[in-house]
Design a protein. Structure first.
Length: 168
């Protein structure tokens, strides 16, 4: 996921990629490995040995050093995070959450036909709703989450059996 973050009037370009056990976050090109854990109203972010507790309230992020005004813009999703596609079309593909969050809505059931880019699951993370799209045309084989559940980054949320050549 890529987005522009304006915090206290300073603009930063952010890229986030899920990695085993956390995320790689690039801020204006500088790379950081982080782990995040969310609760009902806070997110704990670990960067190395440092832990930041962030509470979002409206357009403010509240940290130990005070409140910071923020705005997120120019959001673009990276390619969906999926499992290996060793067998190509007809092979099951695991669809994973790109970040930790709470499942707001599950739009599909096992056996449903889906199109590439169709929203499968909607997650809420850091007060934003994030849609998890289908990686290609196919049939939903399994849905592993339910509305109201909390998921971790990289958790498998569904399995899709891809059809045809849309599995790029």
């Amino acid at each position: 996921m890529r987005f522009r973050l304006d915090i206290d009037g300073e603009r930063r370009d952010i890229e986030i990629e899920p990695r085993a056990g956390g995320f790689e976050v690039r801020v204006d090109g500088a790379s950081y490995r982080i782990r995040a854990r969310s609760s009902v109203d806070t997110v704990d972010i670990r960067i190395g040995a440092k832990v930041l507790r962030v509470r979002l309230q409206g357009e403010s992020a509240i940290l130990d050093d005070g409140a910071h005004r923020f705005r997120i813009s120019e959001v673009s999703e990276a390619a969906p995070t999926t499992g290996r596609r060793a067998g190509g079309a007809g092979s099951p593909v695991d669809v994973r959450a790109s970040m930790p969050g709470r499942v707001v809505r599950v739009n599909v059931t096992p056996g449903a036909r889906v199109r590439r880019g169709q929203t499968l699951i909607v997650l809420e993370a850091m007060k934003m709703q994030n849609e998890i799209p289908s990686p290609g045309d196919g049939v939903v084989r399994e849905v592993r989450v339910a509305a109201g559940e909390t998921v971790t980054a990289d958790a498998i949320v569904a399995s899709i059996e891809l059809r045809g050549s849309s599995a790029s």
